[in-house]
Design a binder for this molecule. Structure first.
Ligand code: AMP
Length: 420
């Protein structure tokens, strides 16, 4: 038996209503902040992610699905969306048409991580990117959108963590200070952190190892070494979040170890999903577009993991699963009425109703059970004595009301069902 690949999941029809609900909350929220949807290919040239995410990251160094196509080009299934969006932004000169581009996406991502609860190899993210302005209002807007979506789904157990990374110049200075602090403590660090000491020193703050945490507890913090502009920017972001009523905490250990990240970083964490607790993360990347070959253009964005969000919703019973309904079930009574049932179904389907009929030679009783199971709002009976008199019976399943219609009164039936 061939099975789905480890770390991938089928989203079955029963799961779909929850996904659609999440997607509709996302679409609506993005619409109200005037973000426009963008869809890019699932695979890109490997070099895009190597440059756009950074060689030193776990994603690029360990987790990408990379392969050679028949022409010998190295391709990669996208592990995240920002690099693809920025590539598209540059390639299509979107800045020529619009000085600020506010974009969003909902799409599958691929990372060869060790699968566990809340961590998959194919998973889905929604996210937003605002490209073209340095305004701190946009940093705040990105955080507000992410938070409001989670909040509107009914999630409660959330914390918003924010930090500022400043600009590369002040960060380089700070890295020297951190290096100095760690210089006589290197032997206490984990192997991974020893490596990071050389390659990506800020990421030592990300370590989950107890020893590393002990060492880092008293480390000097980047936030205390920010330049004045970055500090002012950070203050403005916090001010707007406060006005918007977003509860947040500052977390000086929230770092992204890449030079093109600037100023704000943030993460929204849930206390309801176990160890893989980050539902969403993002920040400002004013140097990325240049890094990918575009004109210097500031940008800020976030990405949120949909499987994890739905898991948190399930664990918190944040919302009731939406019930899928159909409008009409047409039950067959006389066997020789099959054609008429088909004709009626065709008519109502053409009129836009969701209609089901019996294909299984079920008894009338079984057909009524089926109509119930499908949550049909109405049932139309064709057959029996009434049918011989040229009548159809329409039953409203919510209040049991029944009404007779002539066979030629399809329009009246339609009005009754749609209430129009
Ligand atoms: P990142 O792009 O790594 O900042 O991730 C953003 C969000 O995507 C995370 O907060 C998670 O919710 C989600 N995510 C990242 N990696 C995975 C994965 N392997 N499986 C499921 N969700 C993921």
């Amino acid at each position: 038996m061939i099975k789905a690949i480890t770390g991938t999941k089928d989203i079955l029809p029963l799961d779909i209503p929850r996904w659609k609900l999440l997607e509709s909350v996302v679409q609506k929220k993005m619409g109200s902040y005037n973000y426009k949807e963008i869809r890019t290919p699932v695979f890109e040239e490997t070099a895009l992610f190597a440059r756009g995410i950074g060689e030193a990251t776990d994603i690029v160094s360990k987790e990408m699905y990379t392969f050679l196509d028949k022409g010998g080009t190295s391709l990669t299934l996208r592990p995240e969306m920002t690099a693809s969006v920025v590539r598209s932004f540059i390639e299509h000169s979107l800045s020529a048409k619009q000085s600020l581009n506010k974009l969003f996406y909902v799409a599958p991502m691929f990372r060869q991580e060790r699968p566990q609860a809340g961590r998959f190899r194919q998973f889905h993210q929604f996210g937003a990117e605002a490209i073209g302005s340095k305004a701190p209002q946009l940093d705040a807007e990105i955080i507000i959108i992410a938070y409001q979506i989670l909040n509107e789904l009914g999630l409660k157990n959330l914390s918003v963590k924010i930090n500022s990374l400043g600009v590369p110049e002040s960060r380089e200075n700070y890295k020297l200070i951190l290096k100095e602090y760690l210089s006589d403590k290197i032997t206490l660090l984990s192997e991974e952190s020893k490596k990071r000491y050389e390659t990506n020193i800020l990421r030592i703050f990300d370590s989950k190892e107890e020893n590393d945490k002990q060492v880092m507890k008293n480390a000097p913090l980047l936030i205390d070494h920010l330049d004045d502009d970055s500090l002012a920017h950070f203050e403005e972001v916090k001010k707007i979040l406060t006005i918007a009523g977003i509860p947040f905490e500052e977390d000086a250990a929230l770092v992204r170890g890449l030079d093109y990240y600037t100023n704000t970083t943030f993460e929204i964490v849930s206390g309801s999903v176990g160890s893989q607790s980050a539902l969403c993360g993002g920040g400002r990347y004013d140097l990325l577009i240049e890094q990918l070959g575009g004109k210097p253009t500031p940008g800020v964005g976030f990405a949120a993991g949909m499987e994890r969000i739905l898991l948190a919703c399930e664990n918190e019973r944040a919302f009731e699963d939406p019930v899928e309904k159909i409008d009409l079930y047409i039950a067959r009574i006389d066997e020789n009425l099959t054609d008429n049932v088909y004709e009626l179904a065709l008519y109502f389907r053409q009129q836009g109703l969701a209609v089901e009929i019996d294909y299984m030679q079920r008894s009338v009783k079984a057909q009524m059970r089926e109509a119930n199971k499908l949550n049909s709002s109405f049932v139309l009976f064709g057959g029996g004595d009434e049918y011989k008199e040229g009548k159809l019976q329409l039953k409203n399943m919510s209040d049991g009301e029944q009404q007779l219609f002539g066979l030629d009164e399809k329009q009246s039936i339609l009005h009754k069902i749609t209430g129009k």
